[in-house]
Structures are given as C-alpha cells and as structure tokens.
Design a protein around this ligand. Structure first.
Ligand code: MN
Length: 294
C-alpha cells in the first residue's frame, strides 16, 4: 500500500506562560494558538504544558483549589515532580514521574490539584502536561470516573536500536494497546529515545496529530528539526510520520479521530451549546457537582 508522510503544518515555540493557581506554570498551545483553535486538535481540546520549572521548597503545597469540570476528561502526565489529586467522586491519588492520571469529568466533578506534600517541602524540577480530551455529545453526561495509570502499567514497544521505546498510554502502536479507556479513538504515546534512535508512526489521514518535544531534539520526516518545548502540528495529507532523535529525547505523541460536533466552552466546561453551558453553571451553583473540602 502506498503511504506518504503527513505534512508538517507548523512548528510552534512555547507561547508565553501563565500561572494556573500558584502551582502550575503553563504554556497553552491550544486552544489559544489561532492556527489550532477549538477544533484543530479535536478530540484534544486543550494542552497546558508546564515546561521545566525549578519549584522552590514550600511547606504549603502550591496548586489549584477546588473547581468544577463538565463535558470532557482531564489527562495529567507528570514528567518531573509529583501532583496530588482529590475529587468529589471520592477519588484521590498521587501521580509521580512517568505516571498519568485520566479523570473523566463527564456529568460533573469538583477537584483540586496540588503539588504532593513531601515533594513540595523539598521542591525541585517540575514538568507536566495537562490535556483536556473532549467527549462526544452522547458521552458528555457520563458518570465521573478516574483512571490512575502508573508508568509500569503502560505497554512498551522496543524500537530497532534496542534501547529506545514507545510507551503506549492510550490507543495502539504496532499491535500493543495502552491501558487507558477512551470514549473515542485516541492515541497517546511517549517516545523515549536514545540519540540516533528512530521510530515510525502511522495514523489515519483524517486524525488530528501533534508531537510535543518534552526533552531533547528530534528530526521529523527526514526534514525539519524541533527542539525541547516545541510543538509540531501535522496536516491531513498522509498517514506516516518518522522521528529521529537528534539528542536523547522524550516526546509526547497525540493523534485522534476528530469529534465533528459544535463546541461551546466557557471556563471549566466544554459542551455543545450555550444552553448547556448555562445549565452547567446552574448545576454547579446548585451543588449538583457534589462536595469537596478545600
Ligand atoms: Mn482541573
């Protein structure tokens, strides 16, 4: 079968950072970059990237207090540092280096996200990604759910150099499936590559696809290179991607089937219509998201 590389649509430097609460220093690649917008990476709606940040020690953990979500899933990937999570569905957990927390807000949940206590006391390098994965209309009001995905639970595909590998969080790579349950087709991988290591990827033409360079530098499709903290956005004219590690590198690979439905979003809610957004605020103010202590 004839295949062709997906074109490289753009390589974005990290946008200026902003703080989420006092604990998360993030670059928002989307939806704020106009070239991506609300739908350019659907089903992924939002990417907040916390590039490496030396967090000073603090006896009071930094983070973001109780807030609601409805209509989508939050996926937090920790590369350095530790995050503690609590939600009104009664779920809590700590995600450490290499771990992923996949929270389905669905019909509604309150949660809080802070640096883990012991990590906070000592401080140190912090690096993470938070994604919002949109839900199809038919699943927006699904009950809240929590998947704690530890690094050891992820599938691993060893690459040709025998040292580099692909970690599969969700979706499938060459027959290996990731542990995350998803409501629509989503591929989420980390490629952890030694210098000169190579990987080839294949995703449907119509899937929205991007790669975030977490560490190092990579060469894509034998043509362009992208350094640490840059995001590569792909077009829809082919189905293959090649990656070569210019240095020892870690990259986050996202590809999914677009959800072709209207989006109405405001603050912590991602719905299909403005009426549904109004309803989300009403339900929140009427205590229908449950209770969570500050
Ligand atoms: Mn949140």
């Amino acid at each position: 079968m004839e295949t062709k590389y997906k074109s490289i649509e753009a390589i974005f430097p990290p946008p200026p950072f902003h703080m989420v609460g006092d604990g998360f220093r993030v670059h928002n690649f989307f939806p704020s970059l106009p070239q991506i917008g609300l739908k350019g990476m659907s089903p992924f709606f939002l990417m907040d990237y916390g590039s490496k940040w030396a967090v000073p020690p603090s006896d009071t953990p930094r983070g973001v207090g109780v807030h609601p979500h409805r209509g989508f899933e939050t996926v937090t990937i920790a590369y350095h540092g530790k995050v503690a999570h609590h939600d009104s569905a009664g779920n809590s957990g700590v995600i450490g280096e290499g771990d992923v927390q996949w929270m389905t807000a669905g019909a509604g949940v309150l949660h809080k996200e802070f640096h883990e206590k012991e990590y906070s006391k000592i401080g140190g390098v912090f690096q993470m990604v938070q994604l919002w994965v949109n839900l199809p209309a038919k699943n927006k009001m699904t009950p809240a759910k929590y998947q704690s995905i530890e690094n050891k639970d992820m599938a691993r595909f060893l690459l040709d150099d025998g040292k580099s590998y692909i970690e599969i969080i969700a979706g499938e790579y060459k027959g290996l499936k990731g542990p995350a349950f998803t409501f629509s087709p989503v591929n989420m991988f980390n490629a952890k590559m030694i210098k000169a290591g190579k990987a080839d990827l294949r995703f449907d033409k119509n899937y929205n696809t991007c790669i975030l360079v977490i560490e190092g530098e990579i060469k894509i499709n034998d043509s362009k290179t992208a350094p640490e903290n840059y995001l590569i956005l792909f077009g829809h004219d082919g189905d293959e991607i090649s990656i070569e590690a210019v240095k020892d590198s870690v990259v986050l690979i996202l590809s999914g089937e677009p959800i072709n439905e209207p989006i109405a979003s405001h603050g912590p809610f991602v719905m299909n219509t403005q009426d549904e957004i109004k309803m989300a605020y009403e339900d929140f103010y009427n205590g229908k998201f449950g209770y969570l202590e500050d």
